[in-house]
Design a protein around this ligand. Structure first.
Ligand SMILES: [Zn+2]
Ligand SMILES: [Zn+2]
Length: 387
């Protein structure tokens, strides 16, 4: 027999679908979630929840348990991406060049659904519930630090978040203990020499051989410096110098990404990378600009939080559909910062459906979800909040 909360969530499937499609048609970019935030805040107010604006367009909505103790927080992100949607659907994005291709419309809908079910079960709440609607997940440094700074976790004991995931079939839930997503960083290196005529290299300080050497050396970082068994990625993704065949250019540029799961590995790579860049520049008599931009930290799921997600998910979708050893992901998510401040967990909500051809990954212009995930997400988040 299906769980009572899943039955209730499936009972409001039409409402959930309408909410999601409404948001889907009016996507807004990071830090511009004006109408999106207003829409969600209105829906939360209609349910009788207390809405407080915190940071940018971000807000929290509080459902107080009359007889409860403590507070749990559930988080959704609100921003869309600068992509033109290529899906031919009646509820296609109405804003050219902007679309909910990461499915944050799904996350907001799940939170509104959970707010609806939990409001109807207010007398059963053993603790209060805070719904966090966060702006700007897609734009580093992210909306999470701002929301936390402004107090979205004040009085909160635990925090949970989810991401829809089309590579997992709808009806399944996946998570893992410990590092779940990567710290996704960016590096920019400039080697500055002195250009000149290609026929007179001795009069120049040529940055090109140095850039080529440094590119090769950076490939040895993971293989020769990182302890075997620790995961890391260093990719040089841009190498730029020169304009034509007979000019030695003044400078060469390297750019790329570093993905790690543990701070000591990350710190080691940054230090080694800078040391190599300095050494190569010095060997060639060049000046160096080294710029390292830290992206979001890695999401580190707490063990008790993962157990709570697994319990709630098992009740809703059954043991066979819950995985707690999902592989580490190389993408980043600013939910990391909530878990640095409070216990809890982040999990993936299956939203794909191979039979229906719903398999496009997030950030693809043809991304979509199986909308059955709305009811499942709603039921799991509600179950989690009920404790
Ligand atoms: Zn995204
Ligand atoms: Zn996302």
């Amino acid at each position: 027999m299906p769980h009572e909360l899943l039955t209730a969530a499936e009972g409001i499937q039409d409402w959930l679908t309408t909410q999601r499609r409404t948001l889907h048609m009016m996507p807004e970019l990071s830090l511009h979630e004006f109408k999106t935030s207003e829409h969600c805040a209105n829906e939360m107010s209609k349910l009788g929840l207390k809405v407080s604006k915190l940071w940018g367009e971000g807000f929290v909505a509080d459902l107080d348990a009359p007889n409860g103790k403590g507070r749990v927080a559930l988080r959704a992100d609100m921003d869309a991406l600068p992509i033109t949607e290529l899906n031919d659907i009646p509820y296609r994005s109405r804003h050219d060049g902007v679309a909910h291709m990461c499915g944050h419309d799904t996350h907001m809908t799940v939170l509104m659904g959970a707010a609806r079910l939990l409001t109807e079960r207010k007398d059963k709440l053993t603790r209060s519930v805070r719904f966090i609607f966060q702006p700007s997940e897609e734009l580093p440094p992210g909306g999470a630090p701002g929301m936390i700074d402004k107090g979205c976790l004040d009085g909160v004991d635990e925090v949970y978040g989810l991401h829809n995931y089309p590579q997992i079939e709808v009806g399944r839930i996946s998570t893992r203990v410990g590092p779940m997503t990567a710290a996704a960083d960016i590096f920019e290196i400039k080697l500055i020499g002195r250009g000149g005529h290609a026929s007179r290299p001795h009069d120049t300080l040529d940055p090109i051989p140095a850039a080529a050497e440094l590119t090769g050396m950076l490939q040895t970082l993971v293989a020769r410096r990182v302890q075997p068994g620790k995961a890391a990625v260093v990719s040089v993704t841009k190498l730029k110098a020169g304009t034509t065949h007979n000019i030695i250019p003044d400078e060469a540029e390297l750019m790329g990404t570093v993905r790690t799961y543990e701070e000591p590995v990350r710190a080691l790579i940054i230090a080694e990378m800078e040391r190599m860049a300095n050494a190569v520049a010095a060997a060639h008599g060049l000046k160096l600009h080294f710029h390292y931009i830290r992206g979001y930290d890695s999401i580190i799921n707490h063990e008790a939080g993962v157990s709570a997600v697994a319990r709630a998910a098992t009740e809703v979708v059954g043991d066979a559909n819950v995985s707690t050893d999902f592989e580490q992901q190389t993408w980043g998510e600013d939910f990391a910062y909530y878990l640095q401040n409070r216990p809890g967990a982040f999990f993936l909500l299956g939203s794909g459906n191979k039979a229906k051809g719903i398999t496009e990954p997030v950030h693809s212009a043809r991304f979509n979800v199986d909308e059955r995930c709305l009811a499942i997400g709603t039921a799991v988040m509600s179950r989690l909040a009920l404790g």
